[in-house]
Design a protein around this ligand. Structure first.
Ligand code: AMP
Ligand code: TRP
Length: 335
């Protein structure tokens, strides 16, 4: 029996934080044995905002090492770097030419990021979702596990695939329409400094997020300083208490306890007591990931061999899809 195929990715911009882990990577790890998985470090996406050439390669390795440290298992999964497989760029161009401009102008993430960039908006930022569609469609992925913020990009991917199939291959569709895989819990981890905004790599304040590689001291300081309210007793789902809901959810996910257990355990706690509990739990949950990360980073040869193997597996599938796409569009085959 052939397993359904998964594809997902994270950008090598800055450190991974708890939102990336709980919203995306943890779900990849938990589901991986049921699927054939491709996990990509999307370094071509990373240059859609100003980037530092001096650190791009090192940041890319860091993310790949963190995938392994978080529990990605090479028996089920391939890890590779997007820019190592040139089919991603090539399919993006082909898809660009069938994607209506206004579909891209309507993307929420584009509008938000464009505002931040002021007058310096580059074409890459607008085209970002087409590159993401190419990432997914090249592997004929059945499911794409992501956080809530990527849902619109997945809908766009399906629209692009359907439009391509309709225009060029009505009898035998070449592109497969992927399904999003979004978990209810952890799909939207919020900022520590504002419970109504999502935790994000691009927030200028590092106090807004907990990074997977933060030291115990840093974690303690961040939780100590995070936003609270003046009510005693911790409660889930109170719209007036977004910070409380966010931190309780973090505690639930990091401790592995059920929502009901956590609700009962914390219902009479004051903020001070709850914050110590959350601090301890976060430090304990991240410790094994950090230790494994260090061991992997001390063996650069191993990481390189993982990425080389991943690239080979990825390339075989990606190049096959790309050839089919080009044939459907009427391209000649080079002699
Ligand atoms: P990015 O940091 O934009 O490269 O996102 C990588 C993955 O993490 C994507 O699947 C996102 O949906 C997910 N993600 C990013 N931020 C959050 C967040 N605050 N809560 C939940 N998931 C997130
Ligand atoms: N756009 C995604 C994000 O910021 C990252 C990404 C790029 C991705 N290509 C992908 C996610 C393909 C899933 C599948 O989170």
């Amino acid at each position: 029996m052939v397993s359904p195929r998964i594809l997902s990715g994270v950008q090598p911009t800055g450190n991974l934080h708890l939102g990336n882990y709980l919203g995306a990577i943890r779900n990849w790890v938990e589901g991986q044995s049921q699927y054939e998985n491709f996990f990509c470090v999307v370094d071509l996406h990373a240059i859609t905002v100003p980037h530092k050439p001096e650190t791009l390669a090192a940041d890319t390795y860091t993310i790949a090492a963190l995938y392994l440290a978080c529990g990605i298992d090479l028996r089920y999964s391939n890890i590779f770097v997007q820019s190592h497989v040139s089919a991603h760029s090539e399919l993006t161009w082909l898809l660009n030419c069938i994607t209506p401009l206004n579909w891209l102008e309507d993307m929420i993430q584009f509008k938000e990021k464009a505002v931040k960039q002021g007058e310096n908006v580059n074409v890459g930022l607008l085209d970002y979702p087409v590159l993401m569609a190419a990432d997914i469609l090249l592997y004929r992925a059945d499911k794409v596990p992501v956080g809530e913020d990527q849902k619109q990009h997945l809908e766009l991917t399906r629209d692009i695939a359907a439009r391509f199939n309709y225009q060029f291959c009505r009898e035998k569709p070449v592109l497969k329409l992927p399904e999003p895989l979004i978990r209810a819990e952890g799909a939207r981890v919020m900022s520590l400094t504002d419970g109504t905004r999502k935790m994000s790599k691009s927030d200028p304040s590092d106090f807004s997020r907990i990074n997977l590689l933060d030291t115990p001291e840093t974690i303690q300081q961040k939780i100590k300083r995070c936003k609270t309210d003046s009510i005693r007793g911790m409660t889930f789902d109170d719209p007036e208490r977004p910070e409380c809901n966010n931190l309780l959810t973090l505690y639930m996910l990091l401790s592995g306890k059920s929502k009901q257990e956590v609700a009962i355990e914390c219902q009479d706690m004051g903020w001070g007591q709850f914050k110590s509990l959350l601090t301890e739990t976060t430090i304990a949950a991240l410790k094994p990931i950090q230790e494994k990360y260090q061991a992997i980073m001390n063996d650069q040869g191993y990481l390189e061999s993982v990425l080389r193997d991943g690239r080979q597996q990825a390339e075989a599938i990606a190049n096959d899809t790309l050839s089919q796409v080009k044939a459907a569009m009427g391209y000649s085959v080079p002699l």
